[in-house]
Design a protein around this ligand. Structure first.
Ligand SMILES: [Zn+2]
Length: 113
């Protein structure tokens, strides 16, 4: 159900953005999914298709998922991709990227003015 909530959120975000930009058709929705967000992108894509099926605004729209690698920083000065253990001092680094799920951009078709 986690994935369903995410797919729904992506759908409503994209829909709002499309309407704000006077879109007639949404072609593509590009989404960043952090590796540490613990979601299955395939499942999100599937649920997104299911949600948009009956929405003419999204007819044929595709969801592009980009997996974002985790990035962490430690108080000792380390920064890199280690998630749980700082390779320099052994403490728990702070995750600065990799947990986000955000709509990066959408591709739309606008009616000729
Ligand atoms: Zn450290």
């Amino acid at each position: 159900m986690h994935e369903f909530a995410i797919a729904y959120d992506l759908y409503s975000t994209a829909r709002r953005a499309a309407l704000d930009n006077k879109a007639e058709q949404v072609k593509r929705v590009c989404v960043d999914i952090g590796e540490m967000a613990m979601v299955n992108p395939e499942q999100v894509r599937f649920l997104f298709q299911t949600l948009t099926e009956d929405d003419p605004l999204f007819a044929g729209a595709e969801l592009d998922c980009v997996i974002i690698e985790p990035e962490s920083r430690c108080s000792c000065g380390y920064s890199g991709n280690e998630r749980f253990v700082c390779p320099q001092c052994g403490s728990l680094p702070e995750l600065v990227r990799g947990r986000e799920i955000v709509v990066r951009h959408i591709e739309i078709e606008v009616a000729d003015a």
